[in-house]
Design a protein around this ligand. Structure first.
Ligand code: F0G
Length: 461
């Protein structure tokens, strides 16, 4: 067989220097940051895997497109260019730009909540989506398949809806009480796990049967389409754009944080298939919240960069590199025995810190302990997604125990090379080998809301 050679499908024309610190410096830096990686200066981080959101690198075509930005307040050319790309990809009739994903959530989600106490059902609501559901007076219910929580089970679509739970909830609450069904693709909180086309189709069928609207929360919809091509029968010979369009055919609305698969640093969008009434409502609300409907909080040049980025993110060579790079890191960790969620998701490797540091109880935050140790080891910043993030029970004020304790190593798009991934893997493996020495943490200050961002800690020695 002929060998194929695979590496990054780009060469580097502009570079951003990054600084390496010494272990002794990092020990002090982390202490000064109250042992909270969110409080580190990015200058003191060598490889930053906090998020894949807005951290990607733009291409020469995107930078060139920015020079064509039309900064008119109303009717900008940049808006019309972006609109035509969004309509082409989605097949939807209506489009409104917003400044990022949560802007789309804030403008759109209240429109379907006719009275307080209605429900949105999702495979898993992302945090900001859940927050906007609740701010709109509704409640958020998750309905993901149980395989999602079996971290070793080799299931190709762990992000899928549990159809039985979905239908059960609809019948229990009454179809008229369901504001909408939100399909998160890929399913970020489930580990960047994809949702199959079969599952999307089945959800749409249930939604139609009960007269409920479906919404795609598609920050990583292109990565989802790639997984479908790779794993689902009947899609191997299809183009990514056609798979993407079929995904959109099963929804009525598309909300996007364009900071992921839009390949831009800031941006978002709302697209609506055919409901002119909803479009008119969103156009009304976007003005006070985000800006006039032909810019929605974005610069003209940002809309041009996004128009190009949306197309680039559907390129199959790019997507193969993208998914393979995340998998490369995950496979290296797995081969060394580090417990991770498997199969590996689209945008991040989720390290299972329950098994990594079983001697640290949930309320001493095992994933924070691993994350901090990895920073001290090599200046690599991951993020805790576990009991620290989950917070306290609002009534009893007890620490809630998360089902999973993850350190998320989130890979920015087109930013780091495979040598960077080698450094990350070596650092995590080194910490794993000395895992018995890891210590739990206690609060020195606990912030009352969204505590993971601003709280400070000390190690329990
Ligand atoms: N929906 C999903 C699935 C997301 O992953 C995010 C953001 C949002 C909505 C909100 O978008 O940040 O542009 O307002 N996820 C980031 C992350 C923050 O790190 O996973 P936003």
């Amino acid at each position: 067989m002929k060998k194929t050679y695979q590496a990054e499908p780009f060469r580097i024309k502009m570079v951003e220097p990054i600084k390496q610190t010494t272990r002794a410096e990092r020990i002090t830096l982390l202490k000064n940051a109250g042992y909270n990686p969110f409080s580190l200066k990015s200058d003191d981080v060598y490889i930053d895997l906090l998020t894949d959101s807005g951290t990607g690198a733009m291409s020469q075509n995107q930078w060139a497109a920015m020079m064509m930005g039309d900064e008119a307040y109303a009717g900008s050319r940049s808006f019309y260019r972006l609109e035509s790309v969004v309509k082409k990809i989605t097949g939807y009739a209506y489009f409104i730009p917003v400044h990022q994903g949560r802007g789309a959530e804030k403008v759109f989600l209240p429109q379907l909540v006719k009275h307080p106490g209605m429900y949105y059902i999702s495979n898993i609501h992302f945090d900001t989506t859940r927050a906007h559901v609740e701010l709109a007076g509704a409640r958020a219910i998750d309905s993901v398949i149980e395989a999602c929580y079996d971290l070793d089970q080799d299931h190709p679509f762990k992000g899928n809806f549990c159809l039985e739970t979905l239908e059960k909830v609809i019948l229990e609450k009454g179809p008229q009480e369901i504001a909408g069904i939100i399909m998160t693709i890929t399913n970020n909180s489930a580990g960047g796990q994809p949702v199959s086309m079969e599952n999307l189709r089945a959800v749409k069928k249930i939604a139609d049967h009960y007269g409920i609207m479906t919404i795609i929360d598609g920050a990583r919809y292109a990565e989802n389409a790639y997984f479908i091509k790779e794993r689902e029968q009947g899609y191997q010979d299809k183009d990514i754009i056609d798979i993407a369009r079929e995904q959109f055919s099963y929804a009525d609305v598309f909300l996007m944080s364009a900071k992921k698969d839009g390949l831009v640093n800031m941006g978002g969008l709302i697209a609506i298939k055919n409901r002119k009434d909803l479009y008119d409502l969103c156009r009304t609300y976007v003005v006070p919240y985000e800006g006039f409907p032909t810019y929605g909080g974005l610069n003209g040049r940002d809309m041009d960069a996004l128009a190009v980025g949306l197309e680039e993110a559907l390129d199959e060579h790019y997507l193969r590199y993208r998914i393979d790079q995340v998998r490369y890191l995950g496979d290296k960790l797995r081969a060394a025995g580090v417990p991770i969620q498997y199969p590996i998701g689209g945008h991040a490797v989720f390290v299972d810190c329950k098994r990594f540091a079983p001697h640290i109880p949930f309320d001493q935050f095992p994933a924070l302990s691993v994350t901090n140790a990895v920073y001290i080891e090599a200046g690599v910043r991951g993020v805790e997604i576990g009991s620290l993030l989950l917070g306290r029970d609002p009534d009893t004020k007890e620490n809630l125990e998360s089902r999973t304790e993850f350190m998320r190593l989130t890979i920015p798009r087109r930013v780091y090379t495979s040598s960077h991934m080698d450094v990350v893997a070596d650092a995590v493996i080194a910490v794993y080998q000395n895992r018995k020495e890891l210590k739990g943490y206690r609060f020195t200050y606990e912030s009352p809301i969204l505590r993971h961002f601003t709280s400070t800690f000390e190690p329990i020695l």
